[in-house]
Design a protein around this ligand. Structure first.
Ligand SMILES: [Zn+2]
Length: 517
């Protein structure tokens, strides 16, 4: 008998993008969506089409380009939201409209200023409207984990009769505990007579650190779709981290007896790409994808490992595409060596892309004796960055002098939108300040630097430095990234990346995004 599948529903581009401090361009959302397709997720929630013109455009672009997974758009139980959602996804190969409405007393009373009867009628009418467009309709009773159970049974039964094919039970505020949530799912299965006509799904938030535990508890009792985000992104403390849910299901198949359609070898690359694009670092001790997830420090563990890996490792790092620490390239390595290593890391490049990567690789290999997998990933992400953000200004030259008895001074040369080279110099409180002041003299876009972070990509004195910055303008945040063995160059690149993102995106994102589950 075929093994039961758990569908993986990724909402990194919707709930994940609602994380404070994240703002993605359509190009970047497309990049993530393509990688989610490589990862093998079953459903991509591409956005909330009615929330802003930018979201509408992104959902539409994703459904045009990404054809394998189901493409969903979120919508409130409001006619215009549902119509806009359908407008955005109607040409998708597998479209889904996902409607939601509050079902808990506290939200119905205080937020909707309504009553349970009215909410039920609205939910049924909205599912019917969505069904008139699209066969695949998902319904979410928002704040279901704090909703009266009898009302929940009634509501779920009514919307299934109205045509809902997936019922998603959200722990919207991250309030539930695993055994309690498991019981709630069991009770829904027992008390909703037509529940077998729908796929039971869960969507858990991590406010009490239980999002993954709650999701797995639900799977253990019959949920067959799990919603979440890569790296656990999402509103407030985030959603269930999909890489953890997937690995737990695969590693503990003995317990769950189900599997997923995921290509696990793409997990590391997906996590890295999402962290790269959003500028949200992955904490070193994070499960599955944290830098220390497979690093063993204690002598006892190392002794065991050397004798038999299973003594202290329950997963093979390579099975999630973890870069091998032993494989290095150098300046004598050729194009073929680079191509095959990048393929091992999940990058299939076209000839032109490979030529560009090889140029950057040669340049790096001249400065670093050994080019490790981590360096290659950093190289690929900085190459991707130049492709994703249209460069209004390009950094040609940066020169800095500073020291404890020197006034930090910087000279920069940029190419402007008309192809003109412009050089400016400035002094500052430090070298980075001097560089940014010199750049400001040319670009002249008022903004506030709210975050400046430097991470080393690899160990060693010749490590590539990875700079992430955030600038703010009119309440909107723009992330900039730069990577180089010279930290001043990386800082300048990061600022240019943020400014070009601001210039490319400045006005697109809509002011009021409605609250969601
Ligand atoms: Zn959510």
């Amino acid at each position: 008998m075929a093994e039961d599948k758990v569908l993986i529903f990724d909402t990194t581009l919707r709930d994940g993008e609602q994380s404070a401090g994240i703002g993605l361009t359509t190009q970047e959302k497309l990049e993530i969506a393509r990688q989610l397709e490589r990862l093998g997720v079953d459903i991509i929630e591409a956005g909330f089409a009615a929330s802003s013109p930018g979201d509408f455009e992104a959902v539409q672009s994703i459904m045009r380009e990404v054809r394998g997974p189901v493409i969903a758009s979120l919508a409130r139980c409001v006619a215009n939201d549902i119509d806009r959602a359908w407008e955005a996804i109607k040409d998708a190969e597998h479209p889904r409209i996902h409607v939601f409405i509050s079902s808990s007393d506290v939200q119905i009373l205080h937020q909707l200023r309504s009553n349970p009867e009215e909410v039920l009628d609205t939910a049924v009418a909205s599912v019917e409207r969505a069904k008139s467009y699209c066969h695949d309709v998902e319904f979410s009773p928002m704040d279901a984990s704090r909703t009266d159970m009898d009302y929940l049974y009634q509501l779920v039964e009514a919307v299934i009769n109205a045509g809902a094919t997936t019922i998603n039970i959200p722990d919207t505020v991250g309030y539930a505990m695993p055994w309690e949530f498991r019981e709630r799912i069991e009770n829904i299965k027992r008390n909703v007579p037509n529940i077998d006509r729908a796929v039971l799904s869960v969507h858990c938030h991590n406010d009490l650190g239980q999002a993954v535990g709650n999701s797995l508890a639900a799977v253990s009792t019959g949920a067959r779709q799990v919603e979440g985000c890569i790296n656990g992104l999402g509103e407030r403390a985030g959603n269930a981290a999909l890489e953890e849910v997937i690995r737990a299901i695969e590693t503990r198949k003995d317990l769950y007896g189900v599997s997923t359609n995921i290509n696990t070898r793409q997990i590391y690359r997906t996590s890295r790409l999402v962290s790269d694009i959003t500028g949200f670092p992955v904490q070193p001790n994070k499960a599955v994808v944290g830098a220390n997830a497979f690093r063993h420090a204690s002598g006892i563990h190392q002794d065991g490992l050397l004798k038999e890996r299973n003594t202290f490792e329950i997963m093979d790092p390579q099975s999630i595409g973890w870069p091998s620490s032993t494989f290095v390239l150098g300046k004598l390595s050729g194009r073929a060596g680079l191509r095959s290593r990048l393929e091992d890391l999940g990058y299939k490049l076209a000839q032109e892309e490979l030529n560009q990567a090889f140029e950057a690789f040669k340049d790096l290999a001249d400065r670093k004796r050994e080019v490790t997998d981590a360096d290659l990933l950093a190289l690929m992400s900085s190459q991707r960055r130049t492709l994703d953000i249209p460069a209004t200004y390009t950094l040609e030259h940066v020169q800095v002098s500073s020291g404890n008895h020197e006034i930090p001074t910087a000279t920069v040369t940029l190419t402007d939108p008309d192809g003109q080279s412009i050089t400016e110099a400035a002094t500052g409180t430090g070298p980075v300040d001097a560089v940014y002041k010199a750049i400001n003299r040319i670009v002249q876009v008022p903004n506030k630097l709210t975050e400046f972070r430097v991470d080393a990509v690899t160990e060693g004195i010749d490590a590539i430095g990875d700079v992430t910055i955030r600038i703010e303008q009119d309440g909107q945040t723009f992330v900039g990234r730069g990577a180089n063995t010279d930290i001043m160059v990386a800082s300048a690149e990061a600022y240019m990346n943020a400014l070009n993102r601001l210039l490319a995106m400045g006005v697109s994102k809509g002011a009021d995004v409605p609250t969601t589950h």
